[in-house]
Design a protein around this ligand. Structure first.
Ligand SMILES: *Cc1c(COP(=O)(O)O)cnc(C)c1O
Length: 403
């Protein structure tokens, strides 16, 4: 898409580069798949929370799915209107709930009976009515990595169907609560349709029975995110088929579909650029040591995730397997294992692909490493959207506490 060498020269490495045109295409593809039905794509801010990225989606008409009040503030600062902001997450503090109600966002996704009690209490104190949606755990195996599976009773997320029913009846009777939606999110990196259809069916049946038995009319059917992308050779779901699987369970219902894609919108639009420092061997094992590390891109260490890696300039020599490792003092600090690479030299640029989701956002300052800069490329123009962190940035909060 672009000249990675000149971006690395201009902004330094390690560096995140995002293709804003590719992000727009993904957004439009998914939005188009839901046409013919009222829909809201609420971008899952945690996937890539840079203000410019969130603002990019906001300008396309997206809402925002947020999992902390910080993300709610980010989304609104980036230009997402309050009536498109959703607040999800299994453990919201009182002050976060209070601010969400005061900011009058679209709805709060409630994840337990106890939490609904807090929301009700706080709304009553504020003399407000809180719009809520209840996260149902449909007990469906999403057939993805256990760390990113969320729709089984073994997982901490949501409530079972019977509890949900009881909660809707209680919410409906409360002055302080307005149950407007229902929510489920069975996992991330979904590559099979059946679990989505099954979950959607179970939740749609609940919506019907709430209407028939208790007269509750929900406005929003929130299917969560999770649409998978290709990192390696995965077969993925087409947006059209995904939408159809959901819409087929909603026939005859007048309800707005809310979808919370994160990875689908940003993963393959992002690149992580890192330079080779050294080659080394320990016995027969080959290592390529680079300036990027697990504190920049955690997914390989955390999930053993695969990322395609390419060299920015053509290399002579036969590729042989190498571990691509960073400078962080952990054996788990690697970007790739046994990855076929030609002989590398000091300063060579490597491009780690599919790094636009859960990349920068999962970064840390471990080993007192400043986080990378981030650059957006749109219509051939590059612009800096986050400065590289300096040593002074890293210690500012500590220095403020020194005498
Ligand atoms: C993480 C998350 C998402 C986004 O998941 P992706 O796999 O990135 O699409 C959406 N909704 C909720 C509630 C989440 O926790």
């Amino acid at each position: 898409m672009t000249d990675f060498n000149s971006l690395a020269d201009a902004y330094g490495t390690p560096l995140y580069v995002y293709d804003f045109d590719a992000m727009r295409e993904q957004y439009e593809k998914l939005k188009e798949a839901f046409r013919g039905r009222k829909s809201l794509l609420a971008y899952a801010v945690k996937a890539n929370s840079n203000l410019s990225v969130v603002g990019h989606f906001a300008r396309l008409g997206a809402g925002a799915d947020c999992v902390s009040i910080g993300e709610v503030r980010r989304a609104m600062m980036a230009g997402v209107p309050k009536y498109k902001v959703i607040f999800s997450g299994v453990g919201k503090r009182d002050d976060e709930i209070r601010e969400a109600i005061e900011r009058d966002i679209l709805y709060i996704n409630v994840e337990s009976e106890a939490e609904m009690g807090r929301v009700e209490l706080i709304a009553a104190e504020l003399e407000r009515t809180a719009r809520i949606s209840i996260r149902v755990n449909p007990n469906i195996d999403p057939k993805t990595h256990p760390y990113i599976s969320t729709g089984l009773h073994d997982n901490k997320f949501g409530v079972d169907i019977d509890t949900a029913k009881r909660m809707y009846i209680r919410a409906n009777a409360s002055e302080a609560l307005d149950p407007v939606g229902i929510h489920f999110h069975i996992g991330s990196q979904l590559t099979e349709l059946d679990p989505i259809r099954e979950a959607s069916e179970i939740v749609a049946d609940l919506v019907r029975s709430l209407h028939a038995a208790v007269g509750i009319e929900l406005k929003f059917f929130d299917v969560g995110g999770g649409l998978g992308v290709r990192y390696d050779d995965e077969t993925t779901i087409e947006p059209y088929d995904y939408a159809q699987a959901i819409l087929s369970t909603l026939t005859g219902m007048d309800i707005t579909v809310v979808c919370e894609p994160g990875r689908f919108l940003t993963a393959n639009a992002g690149y992580f650029l890192t330079r080779v420092l050294y080659e080394k061997r320990n016995g027969s094992k080959r290592f390529v040591v680079v300036d990027g590390a697990m504190n920049d891109l955690l997914r390989p260490s955390l999930y053993k995730a695969y990322h395609y890696i390419s060299a920015a300039k053509p290399h002579a020599g036969t590729p042989t397997p190498a571990d691509v490792v960073g400078p962080v003092c952990e054996s788990g600090d690697f970007l790739a294992k046994d990855y076929p690479l030609p002989p590398m030299e000091h300063g060579d640029l490597l491009i780690v692909h599919s790094a636009g989701a859960y990349g920068f956002g999962m970064g840390s300052n471990y080993n007192t490493r400043g986080r990378s800069a981030e650059v957006a490329v749109e219509k051939g123009e590059a612009r800096l959207i986050r400065m590289r962190e300096t040593f002074e940035d890293l210690i500012a909060a500590e220095q403020a506490c020194l005498d």
